[in-house]
Design a binder for this molecule. Structure first.
Ligand SMILES: [Zn+2]
Length: 108
C-alpha cells in the first residue's frame, strides 16, 4: 500500500506519479517532543503518528526544506505549517495568531 500523507484534506500519496511531480514525503521525527508538535500542527483529533506516518512536502515552507543534496530533507526541528483546514479551524488559527505570533515570526 502506498504511503499516504497524514495531513487533513491532503490526498497526496507516495506514488511514482507524485514523485514525478516533485512531491517528497517525510517521516515524522523520532524526537518525541518534535513529533508531538507535528501532531498538534496537523490538528487531527486523536491522531498519533506511527513510525510509518509521513507528511508530504506541501506542508512545509520552502525554507524548511533542504534541497541541496540528492534527496530533499527537512531541516532540523522543522514543524509543518502549511495546511488547508476547514473554515472553522482556520478561524481558530487566525485568533491564535493574533494572540501569540510576534515572537515566532522571523523575517529576514
Ligand atoms: Zn500532504
Amino acid at each position: 500500500m502506498p504511503q499516504h500523507c497524514a495531513a487533513y484534506f491532503c490526498a497526496n500519496r507516495r506514488t511514482i506519479a507524485s514523485r514525478t511531480r516533485g512531491i517528497t514525503f517525510h517521516k515524522f521525527p523520532k524526537d518525541k517532543h518534535v513529533r508531538k508538535k507535528w501532531e498538534v500542527a496537523l490538528r487531527r483529533d486523536g491522531f498519533t503518528a506511527s513510525d510509518s506516518s509521513v507528511l508530504c512536502c506541501e506542508h512545509f515552507k520552502q525554507s524548511d526544506l533542504d534541497k541541496t543534496g540528492q534527496i530533499v530533507r527537512l531541516r532540523d526541528g522543522v514543524i509543518p505549517s502549511v495546511f488547508s483546514f476547514p473554515v472553522h479551524l482556520q478561524k481558530l488559527e487566525r485568533l491564535m495568531k493574533v494572540k501569540c505570533s510576534p515572537k515566532t515570526q522571523k523575517k529576514k
